[in-house]
Design a protein around this ligand. Structure first.
Ligand SMILES: Cc1cc2nc3c(=O)[nH]c(=O)nc-3n(C[C@H](O)[C@H](O)[C@H](O)COP(=O)(O)OP(=O)(O)OC[C@H]3O[C@@H](n4cnc5c(N)ncnc54)[C@H](O)[C@@H]3O)c2cc1C
Length: 493
């Protein structure tokens, strides 16, 4: 978490500081009174100590909302939007707060809508392999619910034990298995959302005309508040194998990944971890990764049992031909799960090395991964920062974790500079500024690195169609700079 780096940018009146905590709780405002009347006192929080929970996400912290509301259904969300609009307050939707770009942080104060109580599965349609869920359902719960019917949900962000389907929709979340299953955009069949007028709207991929479902996916809570989600489910593969290949360095492992994809074989996952990450997770999880190597490649293949032997042989030949020092298969389902649990827990395991980490998210064409990783290491070294690399190599999606101590000003400044330099380096290699975490608050000033003023103006017009007042998650996605003035709303209501 970058913490106080962001707090300096928050509007001072709504920022959570130790000084602000000493001030007596403010009297109830008309906004809070109306919300209590509409939803009941147990659904509305306004004391600073309660609001602190809603002031941060996994990227940043310190911006208090005026009020947090916990709706039970779409009707409640409708009422919240209407009341907030009447009171001129911004609205920030919040899932589990695991977002890594400040998307759920109420930078401009206002109303946080938490989906903690809208966490029910609404429907499981086994014959049609579909499910309907409220946005507060945790990602992994969906697969657990579907498992008895040999179905599962494809997108599996490493945060899947915690992050919600609503947050996943809003960020177009991916994960290790996005390589073969795709990200959320490939699995959302329809949505129910509350628009800026407080109306409940339903859109579906089955609709003729423009695909408005797709417009909502990845919109980071800026176009509407999602209240129900129709999702595609996949059949559990009949056979699954996981392999570990060790390499002397990350560059060689990355070249092997390119060679696997170039061969026409598409495993279900191809994940790379460097020495720093492997050591951290081994000392925490003891999953059996080799320690004295520069990098580990985790490979998963899935399909029919009779295809497994040939699939393994083909990939083993490629990785050994590209410098693998060793290759072995996980013995059984228990070992496969242990390997995945430690891969997905990598960020947390870094707590053994440094008190804070900043996870960058950028993509490059897969063939440029070796150069990208080399640049990341050069940048970290120039800033005297330790870096760990764990990434969705099959997608060319880098996640360098810059380790630091946020109590050290030099380190915080170095992390901010290094993060921007990594983005610039990835763009120079033909990549872009986010693979899956989104833009949010963190990257809004870097959006013009990859989009022209005309592009941004076009995006701004799309936003205006859905939310002309810009009351849904303001200060997110779009840059604040004067050069982007044209993305500001053309009309105000
Ligand atoms: C350790 C760790 C590992 C991670 N691994 C991955 C990964 O592998 N892949 C990946 O893609 N991400 C990953 N993430 C990032 C994060 O988990 C995802 O972005 C996730 O989708 C956020 O879900 P959330 O419920 O926490 O949403 P939040 O953080 O609460 O919100 C995220 C955004 O969604 C909006 N939002 C939330 N609910 C709604 C709603 N109902 N309607 C409209 N907008 C809404 C918010 O306003 C915000 O803009 C990881 C994060 C951590 C901390």
């Amino acid at each position: 978490m970058l913490g106080r780096v962001v707090s300096a940018r928050c509007a001072s009146a709504i920022c959570y500081t130790s000084q602000a905590l000493e001030v007596a709780a403010p009297p109830l405002t008309p906004l809070i009174e109306r919300l209590v009347d509409a939803l009941g006192a147990d659904a509305v929080l306004w004391e600073p100590e309660d609001l602190a929970v809603y002031s941060f996400d996994a990227f940043s912290e310190d911006c208090l909302p005026a009020v947090a509301v916990l709706p039970r259904n779409a009707r409640d969300v409708s009422a919240i939007v209407r009341i907030a609009r009447d009171c001129g307050q911004p609205i920030v939707a919040r899932g589990a707060g695991t977002g890594l770009c400040g998307g759920a942080v109420p930078v401009a104060g206002g109303v946080v809508v938490s989906f903690a109580r809208m966490n029910r599965m609404l429907e499981l349609d086994v014959p049609n392999r579909r499910a309907k869920a409220q946005p507060g359902v945790v990602n992994l719960e969906l697969s657990k619910t579907a498992q008895p019917f040999e179905l599962f949900f494809g997108p599996d962000p490493s945060s899947q034990k915690t992050s919600t389907l609503g947050g996943n929709v809003a960020t177009n979340a991916g994960g290790p298995h996005a390589l073969s299953y795709g990200s959320m955009i490939n699995h959302v069949l329809g949505l129910e959302f509350v628009d800026d007028a407080g109306e409940v709207v339903r859109v579906s991929q089955d609709d003729a005309g423009y695909d408005l479902t797709a417009a909502l996916v990845g919109s980071e809570g800026t176009l509407g508040i999602v209240t129900a989600i129709d999702l595609r489910l996949l059949r559990v593969p009949r056979a699954l194998r996981v392999f570990i290949a060790a390499f002397g360095d990350v560059e060689t492992a990355s070249a092997a990944v390119s060679a696997i994809i170039a061969s026409g074989t598409v495993p279900t996952a191809l994940e790379i971890m460097d020495r720093t990450i492997v050591r951290a997770i081994e000392s925490h999880y003891h999953a059996g990764f080799p320690l004295d190597v520069g990098a580990v490649l985790l490979v998963e293949i899935a399909g029919e049992p009779e295809d497994m032997v040939a699939g393994e042989a083909e990939i083993e030949t490629i990785v050994r031909g590209h410098g693998a020092l060793s290759w072995r298969s996980a013995a059984d389902a228990a070992e496969r799960e242990a390997l995945w649990a430690s891969r997905k827990g990598a960020a947390g395991a870094l707590g053994r090395i440094a008190p804070n980490y900043y996870i960058q998210d950028a993509t490059v064409p897969r063939t440029r991964l070796p150069q990208a990783v080399q640049r990341v290491e050069e940048i970290a070294k120039a800033h005297r920062l330790q870096v760990g690399n764990v990434f969705h190599a099959g997608d060319g999606n880098l996640h360098p974790l810059l380790l630091f101590d946020r109590r050290e000003r030099r380190q915080v400044e170095a992390v901010v500079s290094a993060g921007t330099e990594i983005l610039t380096a990835c763009i120079a290699l033909g990549g872009t500024i986010s693979g899956e975490h989104g833009i949010g608050y963190e990257k809004r000033e870097t959006l013009p690195y990859v989009f022209s003023a005309n592009d941004l103006a076009a995006m701004g017009r799309v936003r205006d169609v859905f939310d002309v007042r810009r009351s849904f998650n303001p200060d997110k996605i779009f840059p604040s700079s004067a050069s982007c003035a044209e993305v500001l709303p053309s009309r105000t209501a």
